[in-house]
Ligand binder design. Structure first.
Ligand code: 5GP
Ligand code: ZN
Length: 110
């Protein structure tokens, strides 16, 4: 989608170190990490938020995360995945993205 920052990352118009990529998703480091490991996983296709995504794309998400967590070396110790939708959640980028947080004890907020 025009003027979408994350679409530009998908299209490689904004140079970003890609950690993992397949036909459906791309993973890269968050620019402002909130944990020792803070990776963003985004669908290549533009969806505004979690309420907007196609079932056939989200069906591919668990396999991608498994490969990613193995690559990051966090499968055993674990990780947290968060997605923000809308104002009260603090969503600032309106291209669906999942925050994968890991590398320390993440506490008990959730
Ligand atoms: P949310 O929309 O879920 O609140 O968060 C958007 C996230 O995108 C934030 O954690 C922010 O640090 C990250 N972010 C914003 N702009 C960029 C960017 O240009 N590159 C990367 N890698 N991350 C970004
Ligand atoms: Zn987009």
């Amino acid at each position: 989608m025009k003027d979408c920052l994350f679409c530009k990352i998908v299209q490689k118009e904004i140079p970003t170190e890609v950690l993992l990529e397949n036909d459906f998703f791309i993973a890269f480091n968050d620019i402002n990490p909130k944990a020792p490991i803070h990776v963003l996983v985004i669908p290549k296709k533009h969806f505004q938020d979690i309420s907007d995504i196609d079932g056939d794309v989200i069906a591919k998400f668990p396999e991608f995360v498994k490969t990613l967590s193995d690559k990051l070396g966090v499968t055993d110790n674990g990780y947290r995945i968060i997605t923000n939708k809308g104002k009260d959640a603090g969503q600032i980028i309106f291209h669906l993205h999942f925050h994968l947080l890991a590398g320390k004890n993440l506490g008990d907020l959730i």
